[in-house]
Design a protein around this ligand. Structure first.
Ligand SMILES: Nc1ncnc2c1ncn2[C@@H]1O[C@H](COP(=O)(O)OP(=O)(O)O[C@H]2O[C@H](CO)[C@@H](O)[C@H](O)[C@H]2O)[C@@H](O)[C@H]1O
Length: 818
């Protein structure tokens, strides 16, 4: 549908003009003006986020994403080409009308397109279920679902798969569809000089596989880009064939290849002639052949065939959900599940990137390599960085899973730290993080993923917590201040402000920065006095700052919640927002949970909740050696044993709990005194309490499934993931209404039968007891209400997909911010 790209540009341009006529005198000013000034002028809602939101409410979600889609250069060009400042402002109203009509028209087209995508999604589900129902059990082929994953993974795989097949066919890569159109447009419009360097056709000869890519050529491309500082707008992985070589782990590559092959057929056939069902099935392996004698199914297919007809009558390839705003994203974190995890940060680093990739972005995660991980393979890249005057070598390992490039940085300072990620003395940790951040900021230049480095085109880093807060600072000091990586942006996410990377001011000498950077780090507060604060420097330097819930974003601005950084956060409020975390709905899903497939545990869904969950409860009681009783309320706690999590409040409530005929299981590690306390409770109330001191992902999953109630009396909780996991498993949370807990657990209202759990206003033992008392009463006496709570919890959409869309808005805002 070649017209979409054009219409989209018109829409975009039109929106810009309208925005300008109403709010700003000149577009170039819009593009270059710092975000802060907009906000100070009260115009935040008119631009970036404002446009997006307004349009979204207008049922033009896709349109809203397109608003910022055309590079700022083309915006400027548009203005230059279509009018000269004030003249155009005079005829603005007339143009408004004409352009408004164009918007309306394009909205319709986009709505049709959206509808089409929905139909295709339904179609894929149907085909998938038919195939799985007729799969040959003898075949060693993977089941269809296993190969293609969820619909979203089909989407991702398909984009890659198309290119694999094209490459194998020795055909010249030709972009098609909306995404490609806009990508090409971006190249032409925005990167005239760089376009030849970044278009696939020029990077490889026709038919030449990128896995044999000529390294000098690539190097030249990169260095030219550094010199020219042009923005290559085409996301490279989406424009090139991924090389299988990084996947020398045969299984994952085999899986990916199977997925891409299968889904390639699905997608291309669907979109070529809408003759979906027949084509897919005739191309499918014989084990997947559809039995045409099944009349009902056939008529279904016929139905669907009609439905997926392209409303515009043109060939359409679904665009990425991100539209033309597809970016190169590198999330950098000190931990990443499942390889390394001490808490929620690991979960986020493992899951958010996949959701961003599902939206069509090219996404990489960079994390230290603490152990000998199975999947990532040595990339052959070695680099040396100076830390505290010493040369330190790093090498990189990588793998590609679920659309994401996972890059692990290996160095003796990280090795064998998997059980002690943040261990060692202050200087050890500081040096590790200096090395990590210095090297991570250069990963897009040095580590080819799928054969091609990310480079700095449309690049944004997402740093997380103080451990990687040096990254935005290095990006600025080493590169942007020197005219390099000018268009690269950084976002810093606050998962927990309590840890800031504090030290004496002298620590500045270790971070290897120009002297004038000291002011960014220097902080005075009544508790720490004058000190060196890494989080402070990151917050000031990052282009955007996010935190993991709205409630916490509010708390961070207060002296109680900001832990000394509230002043800086308030000063930077214009670039600061809260986005509630999602959860990985593959890992944390009672229907799929791999830890519920043995030892008496079972997978269950909403439909089988009343049978499956009691079975898991029984299995948990057996596994822990507690009396097996279906009627006794089983209460759980999972988390770090520290002041934040309010474990001491539970401890104070234990005597009362023991008078209530309940069972209690607590899993955690942390402060030795609290670990000791867990052991002590188990000894004291051996028939009712289990205190599991240790870190066990399997046990965490089983507790989440087996208990009836989950306690989270956290003193502060930026988001909290356990309450989200609990709700997905039909487990009712009892939480202190703070931060993300308040955002995500609406209190139960017995009169209206609404809400998701019990909350209490102050982190005090009597409040916890009161809330838990009401919860127990409902559990025992109001079964219907209890089931309602479970049902509402389980039917929420807590996936990362919503959050990823919000992240995307921030990435785009950062991209256009100076
Ligand atoms: N002993 C143990 N064994 C096995 N698994 C264990 C465990 N102890 C904890 N976990 C797991 O670690 C994760 C903890 O997640 P949280 O969001 O509660 O924690 P955390 O405070 O670390 O994270 C910070 O970052 C996250 C992510 O942004 C925010 O949600 C949160 O509020 C903020 O404090 C969960 O997956 C939990 O199951």
């Amino acid at each position: 549908m070649a017209s979409i790209g054009t219409v989209q540009n018109a829409v975009d341009s039109c929106i810009i003009l309208r925005g300008r006529n109403r709010h700003r005198p000149m577009i170039p000013t819009l593009a270059y003006r710092p975000r802060k000034s907009f906000d100070a002028g009260g115009l935040t809602n008119c631009h970036t986020a404002g446009f997006s939101r307004n349009l979204s409410e207008d049922n033009t979600g896709r349109l809203s994403l397109c608003c910022g889609s055309v590079g700022w250069r083309s915006r400027i060009k548009f203005v230059q080409a279509t009018g000269k400042g004030s003249e155009e402002a005079e005829s603005g109203d007339e143009q408004d009308d004409a352009l408004q009509a164009t918007i309306e028209k394009s909205k319709k087209v986009l709505a049709m397109q959206k509808d089409l995508l929905k139909q295709i999604a339904e179609r894929k589900k149907l085909v998938s279920s038919i195939k799985s129902s007729i799969i040959d059990p003898e075949s060693d082929e993977l089941p269809y679902e296993e190969r293609s994953g969820s619909f979203s993974s089909i989407g991702i795989a398909t984009a890659e798969g198309d290119k694999i097949s094209e490459d194998l066919d020795n055909e010249r890569f030709s972009t098609s569809g909306i995404h490609s159109d806009s990508a090409v447009h971006d190249v032409n419009e925005n990167t005239a000089s760089a376009s030849s360097e970044y278009s696939f056709a020029n990077m490889t000869e026709p038919g030449k596989d990128l896995r044999h890519n000529d390294k000098p050529q690539l190097k030249a491309t990169i260095s030219e880009s550094v010199q020219s500082q042009e923005v290559p707008s085409v996301p490279l992985r989406s424009a090139v064939t991924p090389s299988p070589e990084p996947f020398s782990n045969k299984d994952s590559y085999k899986w990916l290849k199977k997925a891409t092959e299968t889904s390639t057929k699905v997608d291309s056939d669907e979109l070529k002639d809408a003759n979906v069902g027949t084509t897919i099935l005739s191309d499918a392996p014989s084990s997947l052949k559809y039995d045409k004698s099944k009349d009902a199914e056939e008529s279904n297919l016929e139905d669907m065939k009609v439905k997926v007809q392209d409303p515009t009558g043109e060939d359409v390839k679904p665009p990425p959900l991100a539209g033309p705003n597809v970016m190169n994203i590198i999330l950098v974190a000190a931990e990443c599940a499942p390889w390394s995890k001490t808490g929620g940060l690991g979960d986020v680093a493992g899951a958010l990137p996949k959701a961003l990739a599902r939206r069509g972005h090219r996404v990489m995660v960079v994390a230290p390599r603490y152990g000998n991980y199975a999947e990532p393979q040595y990339s052959g890249v070695r680099k040396t960085y100076k830390v505290d005057g010493q040369d330190m070598e790093v090498t990189y390992f990588q793998t590609y899973i679920d659309g994401v490039d996972f890059v692990f940085m290996d160095s003796p300072v990280f090795r064998h730290r998997e059980n002690d990620i943040y261990g060692g003395n202050r200087m050890d940790i500081l040096k590790r993080m200096v090395l990590f951040c210095k090297a991570a900021v250069e990963v897009p230049w040095h580590v080819p993923c799928g054969g091609v480095c990310y480079g700095d085109g449309n690049l944004v880093f997402i740093a997380n917590d103080w451990h990687t807060a040096l990254l935005p600072v290095y990006l600025k000091a080493y590169y942007r201040d020197n005219g390099l990586m000018k268009y690269t942006r950084s976002i810093l996410v606050i998962h927990n402000i309590a840890h800031q990377g504090r030290g004496p001011v002298d620590d500045f000498s270790y971070v290897d920065l120009p002297p004038h950077y000291l002011d960014l780090f220097r902080l005075y507060d009544p508790v720490g006095g004058e000190h060196f604060n890494i989080f402070a420097a990151g917050l000031k330097t990052a282009d955007r700052v996010l935190t993991v819930s709205r409630g916490y974003s509010w708390e961070l601005k207060t002296s109680e919640g900001g832990w000394g950084l509230h002043g800086i956060i308030n000063e930077n409020e214009w670039k600061f927002h809260g986005i509630v975390n999602g959860i990985d709905t593959n890992d944390w899903n009672p229907e799929l949970d791999i830890y519920l497939q043995s030892d008496g545990y079972v997978n269950y869904s909403l439909d089988t909740l009343q049978k499956g969950k009691p079975q898991c409860k029984e299995a948990l009681q057996k596994e822990l050696g507690l009396p097996v009783r279906a009627d006794v309320p089983l209460i759980g706690f999972i988390g770090r044993l520290d002041h934040q999590k309010g474990v001491d409040l539970i401890a104070e409530a234990v005597p009362w709990m023991m008078s209530q005929d309940v069972q209690l299981v607590m899993l955690g590690t942390g402060r030795p005194d609290l670990e000791q306390m867990l052991r002590q409770f188990e000894g004291q109330y051996n028939d009712r309490v289990r205190g599991w001191v240790g870190f066990s992902v399997k046990t965490a999953h089983r507790i989440t499934a087996g208990v009836d109630i989950l306690l989270m009396p956290s003193r502060f909780e930026p988001c909290g993931l356990n309450q989200l996991y609990a709700m997905c498993y039909g487990t009712i949370p009892v939480v202190h209404a703070v931060g993300g807990l308040r955002d995500t657990v609406q209190p139960f209202n017995p009169f209206e039968e609404t809400g998701l759990g019990w909350t209490f206003a102050r982190a005090e033992t009597n409040e916890l007891i009161n809330a838990l008392g009401n919860c127990l009463l409902t559990y025992r006496q109001y079964k219907k209400s209890w089931e309602g709570l479970q049902r509402r919890g389980m039917t929420q959409d807590l996936s990362w997909d919503n959050a990823a869309q919000n992240y995307e808005e921030e990435l785009i805002a950062a991209k256009y911010q100076w």
